[in-house]
Write a protein that binds this ligand. Sequence first.
Ligand SMILES: [Zn+2]
Length: 429
Amino acid sequence: MTQLPLRAQLASALGRTAATLSRATGRGDGSVIGGRVGLALEPDLLRKLARDRKLALVSATNGKTTTTRLITSALQELGDVATNAFGANMPAGHVSALSSAKHAPYGVLEVDEKYLPEVIDTTGAGVVVLMNLSRDQMDRAGEIWLLAQRWRRALAGKDTHVIANADDPLVTWGASTASRVTWVSAGQPWKEDSWCCPECGGPLDRKGMEYVPPGGHLSGVVISHTVDNDWACRECVFRRPEPTWFLDEDAAIDPRGQRWVLDIQLPGRANRANAVVALATAETFGVPVERALPRLREVTSVAGRYTTVQRDGRHARLLLAKNPAGWLEAFDVLDRALPVILSVNAQGPDGRDTSWLWDVDYRVLRGRQVFVTGERRLDLALRLDVAGVPFTLTDSFGEALAAQPPGKVDVIANYTAFQQIRSEFGRAV
Ligand SMILES: [Zn+2]
């Protein structure tokens, strides 16, 4: 894309070589090591690679990999798009993504929540997409209010266009210093991390169907949804901004009030929410809904999520759930008629502390056949026992799968458990 200075060209080329070597020796997809090599040789490489491109940065606790994929797909209507498709979401991964698509005029980068301020500053991205903030791995993630505060500082005084979920109070607060915001009502099923006003600490009121916002008018088609997701601080002026895009059951409603059925291939409410955010973002880049939506339908799986692995006539669909909000989303996708295998590890990327299992309401699994495995299966077993969910404990995923009759089964696994299943049973993406 850009005419890079010689040193940056060299750093970029050597980074790509390191990534190729890493792949060739079976050490992963190479995007992190390649980016690190590039940054070591030219610390300003990310800024140089980002210059002159139209970039969107995508951040959230849940759904950022999928939404990045959806936006990328939509923007391909316009031309080549650089992206970090495999979730390497820190600066080394961004360098790698932009290096490997040097001439792409567009870029969509998934960004770790903590790194977002730094990446906004370095890349000067014109568009930033913010979806949700909730508790993540207990022993690693920072306090989410502090994260939102850092977003506010990073966005203040810039002309960044933010696309943000108005139904998440903390995201709203994090986005509201931006000079321009497109508010999307994308829903917020997990509310346990936002009962207090981020501005003043007062209680947040969430109103039921009978509630009509003071002085507010509710426009026809979206009345129930608007009311369902409304929130306001009881003690200060901080309240939900008026969205222009809505997720309404199985459809997106655009700023003209037009309803678009989200007949996408990715399953579940969370993915329909991701799709509405992707449509709003695509429109910001000049891609209208009628051109973006067919592109979203082409996405069938994202970095292994929702793919099926097979063995001996058993077809296991893989769902990833890394934190309490993610488990709620996965429950929503489960096929009610099928058994489910749950696998939990507690390695570094999962967080060592499994106390978050106690934040998830597992009672929705009552009445299903539940199989429990993973390195921390006993932690999960105790949690299910207390919730009154009968289950079968198995020593491995293979054993749990073999215990199924031939046919379909759903699987929910956290990060390294998910990766173990994929590497043992097939890495189809
Ligand atoms: Zn308040």
